[in-house]
Design a protein around this ligand. Sequence first.
Ligand code: IPM
Ligand code: MG
Length: 350
Amino acid sequence: MHIAVLAGDGIGQEIMVEALRVLAVMDLPNLRLEHADVGGVAYRNHGHPLPPETVALAKSADAVLFGAVGDPSCDNLERHLRPEQAVLGLRKEMQTFANLRPAKMFPGMEDASGLKPEIARTIDVVIVRELNGDVYFGEKGMRKTADGLREGYDVMSYDESEVRRIAHVAFKTAMVRGKRLCSVDKANVLETSQLWRDVMIETSAEYPEVELSHMYIDNAAMQMVRNPGQFDVVVTGNLFGDILSDQASMCVGSIGLLASASLGEDTKGLYEPIHGSAPDIAGRGIANPSAMILSAAMMLRHSFAMEAEASRIEAAVADVLAQGVLGHDLGGQASTTEIGDAIVAQLTGG
Ligand code: IPM
Ligand code: MG
């Protein structure tokens, strides 16, 4: 189990420590961790947010455990040198085109949600976000209009093969869950979305057991807070998935609780919390490490077929929450280390 550990910026460093402590008590065979710089810290140490050594390590490892990138001191750099480009570059280099973002209510945590408890209780969705295309990776730039005005542009596009491969992931995800798939697009306005919808419908012929529905992104955003329990699996493009998954996290209660797996055609994956580097709280020891720890659990499941171990970690996180060990994000006082301690204790029976 050769794992590239890329902690990155801000709270990435602090939460990664806790995830590695959890892995250390799991009795994993041949666990080999190799660390590398990524993001703002890599820019400072190597002059680039995604140095070639980091890419090479990520590609040679069996899986990548990723903290977070983002550093306000880099905001004025040229775009290709900004920390965020590191995670986009890695996703592309590793061809991890399918991003699974599960959002499920933790028992007893309903009051932490921004929603009414009886509505919050129902949320149990996997958002399947396309990760290698869309407006994120289209041609972009700054230019001048004929009138001499500055104009920014970002091209949104998907070709049908890109939509088809994420469709298959989404239908397969639905097959092992509630067999209901909602495809989210903006087909009433965007050609990109019209193709997306057409390909979803075509692909559905191969999954007759899955009930496919479609929703416009604006309506989906509304439905996610009105009645999130209606969703089983949601599949959507890169930009809409970015937005909808942050929204789903607040339905669960905190963005500090949501993990993600970015997968390609093989078992190699990139595992990261859905939150960012949170510079406002970095270095204070108050970040919630749960999303990072749950990302490590997803790694065991998807890259190493260790379902039992993954479930044990997930249960330990849920138990610790149920015991009331809450971080600042959830209105509690527990520090990053204390939350890590409690999860480790839960796993070791200590
Ligand atoms: C996420 C993040 C990233 C994204 C940023 C950091 C580039 O918001 O993983 O959701 O937009 O994909
Ligand atoms: Mg995001």
